[in-house]
Design a protein around this ligand. Structure first.
Ligand code: GTP
Ligand code: MG
Length: 319
């Protein structure tokens, strides 16, 4: 295979070297993407809204993405939620590696959390939600009953990063379509209470991000799963990094879908090029349209065509 791009010495390089004329513009876009565009203005409003409504709720449900349980947890959440009772929902369990779902659930349980694994597309796991909430709050509920507050609904706030499935989860629990849900970040813009028949009131909130990430990887993981828009980085940087992760953790899936041979020490850029060639994504002069291949890789990861993947692993003792 004629190599159309010069590579540096590192065997495991994943960031494509931009073409010189594009370099300054792309660097600017990346820098801005990691700081400014990443935290839209309405997030400040959301944060305030969450804080203001905390006093109205009995429990906070943190919905995280089972594919990226670390990156989809807001590092601010502890200070934001203070000492309200909380639980974790590992949502999109249908898109994550089943063995890893178990490991992550065990990990969070070992830290004292109540955890549910859910697939809100089909509703799997959602039925257990109400009983779990009532178990967590049993002392509180007993107190209400002692005071004669029979039938007081349990109020639950649902928080999480954009597009993780908060509104869909609420609709599944309520068994009707009350909250608007769509496959893009930033759909829910204000708060919305949804009453559930068996004594629960759920508060839907807009997705919340945090102002900056020190770790660029966090932003990429959130982009892979659709929590932040792709334009925080150029598509080739994203695609390449996803290829690198998948080659390290799930090489079989790449071999099957893109007819690749993943070597011991893969070069993600080579793999993108190979996959693009195998798909026939060629541009003039026989070069591979790597941008198109990166776009396809991201799309097929998100749609589940590639398989079920968990990109982050729990600390060693839980693996
Ligand atoms: N495969 C799969 N898709 C899901 C799951 N939960 C939600 N979705 C889909 O994810 C997309 C986003 O869902 P929403 O409920 O709008 O997400 P949200 O967290 O409310 O998003 P924002 O309001 O934008 O913050 C929708 O297309 C849902 O159908 C799940 O468990 N599995
Ligand atoms: Mg929503």
């Amino acid at each position: 295979m004629a190599k159309s791009k010069k590579r540096g010495g590192s065997n495991n390089r994943w960031v494509k070297k931009p073409k010189p004329q594009k370099q300054a513009a792309e660097q600017k876009k990346q820098d801005e993407g990691m700081t400014i565009q990443w935290y839209p203005g309405h997030m400040t409003k959301t944060r305030r809204m969450i804080q203001e409504n905390l006093k109205l709720v009995d429990l906070v449900v943190e919905i995280i993405d089972a594919r990226i349980p670390v990156s989809s947890r807001n590092p601010d959440i502890d200070s934001l939620v203070e000492n309200k009772p909380r639980m974790i929902i590992l949502n999109r369990a249908d898109q994550a590696d089943p063995a890893m779902n178990q490991k992550w659930a065990e990990y969070f349980r070992s830290k004292g959390w109540s955890v549910l694994q859910t697939d809100c597309k089909t509703g799997t796991g959602v039925k257990q939600f109400s009983p779990v909430v009532k178990t967590i709050l049993k002392d509180q509920i007993a107190k209400w009953e002692e005071k004669g507050m029979l039938g007081r609904p349990v109020r639950v706030m649902v928080v999480g990063v954009p597009n993780v499935g908060k509104s869909t989860f609420i609709n599944k629990v309520a068994n009707r379509k009350s909250a608007i849900a769509q496959n893009r970040p930033g759909v829910t813009r204000g708060k919305q209470w949804v009453a559930v028949d068996d004594g629960l009131d759920l508060l839907d909130t807009p997705g919340i991000l945090w102002p900056k990430f020190e770790d660029k990887q966090v932003g990429m993981h959130l982009a892979f799963t659709g929590a932040v828009k792709d334009d925080i980085l150029d598509v080739e940087t994203l695609g390449n990094f996803l290829m690198k992760l998948l080659a390290a953790r799930y090489p079989k899936a790449l071999e099957v879908r893109y007819r690749l041979e993943v070597p011991e020490e893969p070069d993600s850029w080579e793999l993108v090029e190979q996959a693009g060639r195998n798909r026939g994504f060629l541009i003039s002069g026989g070069e591979v349209d790597t941008e198109r291949m990166c776009r396809i890789l991201l799309e097929e990861f998100r749609s589940g065509k590639l398989g079920r993947f968990t990109l982050e692993v729990p600390p060693v003792q839980h693996q």
